[in-house]
Write a protein that binds this ligand. Sequence first.
Ligand SMILES: Cc1ncc(COP(=O)(O)O)c(C=O)c1O
Length: 379
Amino acid sequence: MKKFPKKLAKKLSGREEKGVLRQLPLQINSIDFSSNDYLGFAKSQEIFELSHEYLVSENLMSNGATGSRLISGNNKLYELIESQIAKRHQSESALLFNSGYDANIGFFSSVPQRGDIILFDELIHASIRDGIKMSAAKSYKFYHNDVAHLEELLRRNGKVKEENTIYVVTESVFSMDGDSPDLGVLSEIVSKHEAFLVVDEAHALGVLGNNYLGLSDDKSVFATIITFGKAMGSHGAAVLCSDKLKEYLINFARSFIYTTGLPPHSLATIAMSYQLLEKSEESKRLQENIQFFKKELKRLDLTEKFINSNSAIHCCIISGNKEVKKVTDQLQKEGFDVKPILSPTVPENQERIRFCLHSYNSYQEITQVLELLSTFVNQ
Ligand SMILES: Cc1ncc(COP(=O)(O)O)c(C=O)c1O
């Protein structure tokens, strides 16, 4: 057996002792209440075939990008798709990244400078936190969706504005809670304090907003991060921003510069996902399922146990890793693919079962899973 460092072995056994060792699950054939494929686009035969035809018609039948976009990887689809995305989102520009993780670490490690301040919602995604850790700017968290606390921090740090910049970061739909900030109020406060707003729309694109393109208003944000691995069913991400910021990121975002670009088929899939989003009824169907889910929560007296959400993510709080795992196991045994979210991923006592809703879940499936849940938690 290969040698393994003692400190790492200790960390692994620590997790095992606490019952929180992460393991890769097998693909199971049960009813999907856990994937981010909110619209079923990842399984869409239509997108798959159209993407292939598109690549053939563009004479781009290659399997890989061949290099960083700054060297040999910048095939013609990049420019075309970036300008289509920018136009659809009414943004001046768009810059594609290989994933949402890459977009966030690239953005936050390169944009805020020494002397700048980053104010971020305490429940912000790990990819943003990692980017912030790589930045030379100081950062402070504000209480979740608490604009009064944000304003207090903006006031307290107001002096730095003379020479520096304050960035405020939030998500339009929070990945672990499914809830949303009041972006209208938030952007007013940010603009009153002459700060710069950055919004991650990973879980809103395809689900919420005008034409299901997300909730943030381009005029009041400095940059928006959208990702394609969730409702769009493909892969990659884009930063929606000004031409100047795009130029800056191309020059300084290391996760953009020092990596092989996305392969052409990923780009074609993104383009075809947008086409389907425009013409299909899947987002509307998802909305109907979200409303039905909420109605069922009320009927089964479960509303209080859930975090209030209008998105595709709905969380039932069950305190304690052991307790939440027990209920999840029972639901899984009955054929429902639901996942427990344990501490330390979420704070202690905030452990939860996360239900991801999809356009392809039937009303019957929703009723069945919630009736079962209510027998386990309403005892
Ligand atoms: C809010 C948020 N931002 C960014 C990401 C990262 O996106 P990707 O999966 O494309 O790396 C995620 C994914 O979990 C997310 O939930």
